[in-house]
Design a protein around this ligand. Structure first.
Ligand code: GDP
Length: 296
C-alpha cells in the first residue's frame, strides 16, 4: 500500500468513529485494528505498529473523555501524534554552521540513490548561498567518479576525485583538505555502496570516517525497500555514527512505511526525501507536515 493509500485507510477508520453514537473500548480497538493493519500493509515494522497501538491505548482513557464528539477528537489527535512520533525520533537534525568548515559523509548501499542525493544536497545548499564542494571517494564502482563529475558539472558544483588513486581513504582525505584550504564552507564526501564483501564495505566506511572525522554522516536509503529497511538501517548505524537520513525514491509508488519505521529504530532524523531523478527533486522533511499531507 503506497503512502496516500495508507492515509486514506486511516481516514476511513476515523470516519467509522464519526458514525458511532457511543465510542467505547471495543470501538477504539476496532479502529486501532484497522489502522494497524493499514500500517503493516505499508511495511511499517511490526514492533513500531505495536508500540503505536499500545501508546494510543495508554493515552486514551475512554471513560474520562465525556461526550462522543470529544472522544473522537481526542482519539484522532492521539493517533496523529503517534504517527508523527513514528517518523520523528525527537532528535534535533544536524545543521551546517556558518564560519566553520562542515564535513558531511554519505553512506548507503549501491543503487540507493546516494550519488544522486549528494548532488541534490550540494545544489540545495549552493542555492542557499553556501560554498560547497563534492568529493567522490568511491573507487570500487567503475564510473562512480564520472557520474559524480557529470552531475556536479551540471549543477555548477566544484568536485574532487581521481581516476588513478585506488585508496578511497586517501581520496577522501585529500578532497576534504583541498576544499578546506580553499575556504569552502561545506564538503560532501560520497562513499562506495558495494564491495566484494559487506564487511569490507563497512570497514572502508569506518576508515574514511576515522580519517575525515565528519560533522554529519548521512545515511541514504531507498524508500521503497520495505521490511528489509530496519535491518539495513541498523547495520549502517552500528558501523558508522549515522546522524541523519535521506529517503530516496519517495515519488511514484513508494510504500515508504518500511523505510520510515526503520528510521525510528535508528533514532536519526530524516532530513530530506528524494522525489525524483532530477537534481531539484528533493524536499526538506518535517514529520508533522508529512503526516498531515499523507492524511490529506
Ligand atoms: P548510488 O549507487 O546509491 O550512488 O545510486 P545513484 O545515485 O546512481 O542512483 C541509482 C538510481 O536511482 C538512478 O537511476 C537515479 O536516477 C535513481 N534515483 C536516485 N534518487 C531518486 C529519487 O529520489 N527518485 C527516483 N525516482 N529515482 C531516484
Amino acid at each position: 500500500m503506497v503512502l496516500h493509500e495508507l492515509g486514506a485507510k486511516i481516514n476511513e477508520a476515523f470516519r467509522k468513529l464519526s458514525k458511532e453514537s457511543d465510542i467505547d473500548e471495543k470501538v477504539l480497538d476496532a479502529i486501532l485494528k484497522d489502522i494497524c493493519t493499514a500500517l503493516l500493509t505499508s511495511d511499517v515494522n511490526v514492533m513500531r505498529v505495536r508500540e503505536l497501538r499500545d501508546n494510543v491505548k495508554k493515552s486514551v482513557n475512554i471513560e474520562e473523555l465525556g461526550a462522543t464528539a470529544n472522544k473522537k477528537r481526542v482519539i484522532e489527535k492521539v493517533v496523529f501524534e503517534e504517527l508523527c512520533n513514528l517518523v520523528d525520533p525527537g532528535v534535533q537534525a544536524w545543521q551546517p554552521k556558518k564560519g566553520k568548515f562542515n564535513v558531511i559523509m554519505t553512506v548507503g548501499l549501491q543503487g540507493s540513490g546516494k550519488t544522486t542525493t549528494c548532488t541534490k544536497l550540494a545544489s540545495f545548499y549552493h542555492r542557499k548561498g553556501w560554498k560547497i564542494g563534492l568529493v567522490c571517494a568511491d573507487t570500487f564502482r567503475a564510473g562512480a567518479f564520472d557520474q559524480l563529475k557529470q552531475n556536479a558539472t551540471k549543477a555548477h558544483i566544484p568536485y574532487y576525485g581521481s581516476y588513478n588513486e585506488a585508496d578511497p581513504v586517501q581520496i577522501a582525505r585529500e578532497g576534504v583538505e583541498k576544499f578546506k584550504q580553499e575556504k569552502f564552507e561545506i564538503v560532501i564526501v560520497d562513499t562506495s555502496g558495494r564491495h566484494k564483501q559487506e564487511s569490507q564495505l563497512f570497514d572502508e566506511m569506518t576508515q574514511i570516517s576515522n580519517s575525515i572525522d565528519p560533522d554529519n554522516v548521512i545515511f541514504v536509503m531507498d524508500g521503497t525497500i520495505g521490511q528489509s529497511a530496519e535491518a539495513q538501517a541498523t547495520a549502517f548505524k552500528d558501523a558508522v555514527n549515522v546522524g541523519s537520513v535521506v529517503l530516496t525514491k519517495m515519488d511514484g509508488h513508494a510504500k515508504g512505511g518500511g523505510a520510515i519505521s526503520a528510521v525510528a529504530a535508528t533514532k536519526s532524523p530524516i532530513i530530506f526525501i528524494g522525489t525524483g531523478e532530477h537534481v531539484h527533486d528533493i524536499e526538506k522533511f518535517s514529520a508533522r507536515p508529512f503526516i498531515s499531507k499523507m492524511l490529506g
